[in-house]
Structures are given as C-alpha cells and as structure tokens.
Design a protein around this ligand. Sequence first.
Ligand code: NAD
Length: 248
Amino acid sequence: MRLEGKVCLITGGGSGIGRATCELFAREGARLVIVERNEAAAKETAALCGGDTTIIVADLGKEDDIERAIATTRERFGRIDILVNNAGYGIAGSVLETSRSDWEALMNVNVTGLFLMCKGAIPIMVSGGVIVNVASVVAQVGIANRAAYCASKGAVASLTRAMAIDHVDDKIRVNAVAPGTIHSPYFDEILEKAPDPAGTLKGLQDRQLMKRLGTPEEIANAILYLAGDESSFCTGAILTVDGGMTAY
Ligand SMILES: NC(=O)c1ccc[n+]([C@@H]2O[C@H](COP(=O)([O-])OP(=O)(O)OC[C@H]3O[C@@H](n4cnc5c(N)ncnc54)[C@H](O)[C@@H]3O)[C@@H](O)[C@H]2O)c1
C-alpha cells in the first residue's frame, strides 16, 4: 500500500499506460482521479480499479476542461498529492508532411495540456507533491516520420527538468518516464494503419535489443516508483524504460 490515502490524478487513464497505472495505483491504496476524454473507457478503468475512483470527463486540449478538472478535484479532496501527466498522442509525418493545424493540435494536448495541468495542480499540492510526466525515448533520440511527436516529447522532458528546479523548495518532485515502444492500444492503432501489420510488428520487435515490445504494466511500475517515496531522492530525472532501445 505504497500510495495509501494519496490523492492521485492521472490523465488519459482510459487506455494503455494510463489504465495500467490506474490499476496499479489502486492496488497501492491511491484515491484515484481519472481525467479522460473518453468516458466509456474511463468507466471501464474505474470498474477494474474498484474502490474510491473519481472520473472527470475532460479534453486536455481545452483550457476550460482542465480548469474544471482541477476545481472538481479541489472541491472533492482539497488537494492533489500525485499528478501523472500521461495523456498524449502521436501523428505520422516529417515537418514537410505535417500541417500547421495538426502540429498545433498535438502541441496543444501533449505540451500545453500538461503545462496547464501542472499550473492548476501545483498550488493545491498543499503538503508538497509529486509530478510524473510521460515523455518518450523520442525526447532523447530521433525517429523517422514523427516530427511533431518528437518535438512535443522533447518539450515534456525539458519542462520536467525546469519544474524540478523551480519547485524544489515547495517540496514538489518532478520526474518523467521515457518509454520505448510499448504494446498499448495506441500502438495497435498504428499497426492497423500499416500495409502489413504482422510484418510491421515483427520488424519493430526485431529492432528492439530485447526483441520484444514493452507492456503498459512495465511502464506503470516505473511511474509508481517515481510517484512513491522510494524515489525520494529523484527530481528532474528522465527514467528511460525501453528494453535497451536507446542502448545502441
Ligand atoms: N505506446 C507507446 O509506444 C508509447 C511510447 C512512448 C510514450 N508513450 C506515451 O505514453 C502516453 C500514453 O500512451 P498509450 O500508448 O498508453 O496511449 P493510448 O492511446 O492507449 O492511451 C491514451 C489515453 O489518453 C487519452 N487521451 C488522449 N488525448 C486526450 C485528451 N486530449 N484529453 C483527455 N484524454 C486524452 C485517450 O483517450 C486514451 O485513453 C502518451 O503520452 C504517449 O505519447 C507511448
């Protein structure tokens, strides 16, 4: 029960890494607040978690929704102890292939949404707190055909370090996890669009040092480490969990 009684707000808890994190946090005794735009998916997660789970249906691309999510959490619990900024998405394309509107929409969720969640949550981390951002290995190494996504995750990693410095005296630790290729529903969507899904999956597995993809649960374990007291000396860290993908 490493998170017993802690008020934990997790964005994007309806699927993949976010859902696995909610399930793990619930087992560790957290009082969960799931902020998710897909209500049905959030309800499925809440059913898996049981217990004290609050769902706030909100789009992190919308400032009003974020303000409502923070206000609702404050009214219900009076504070946030742990904020996990997990929600995010990727789009395919080089700079030349990415339209300005697609770029702005992605930055609005992956970067501005995360920034606004922190802006709202930090003032109600009344006894100190922890922020865990979900970045990606693409903050560290480039990958083909994902220009906007790589830029957004680079911004998440930089913001993580900047916030760690600014809020150390507020007793708020700010860290990020940088997953490699994780077999989540988001990844399945990418595969479905590929001309040869099975061949694409095999190719991706083969290019991993461990010859397999990661699981959402393996990332949830890293998020739990950064969220709990076991990481009490970590702030400003970007914890890579990628099966050796960036060891090459
Ligand atoms: N899957 C991977 O290989 C991988 C690798 C590195 C980093 N990541 C990052 O991990 C995070 C989670 O990814 P996942 O693979 O679990 O994805 P996923 O698509 O399975 O889950 C993302 C969840 O976030 C929600 N969401 C998306 N945009 C939202 C918005 N604007 N407002 C509210 N909710 C929103 C979705 O509804 C969904 O429930 C993302 O930030 C992603 O960039 C994923």
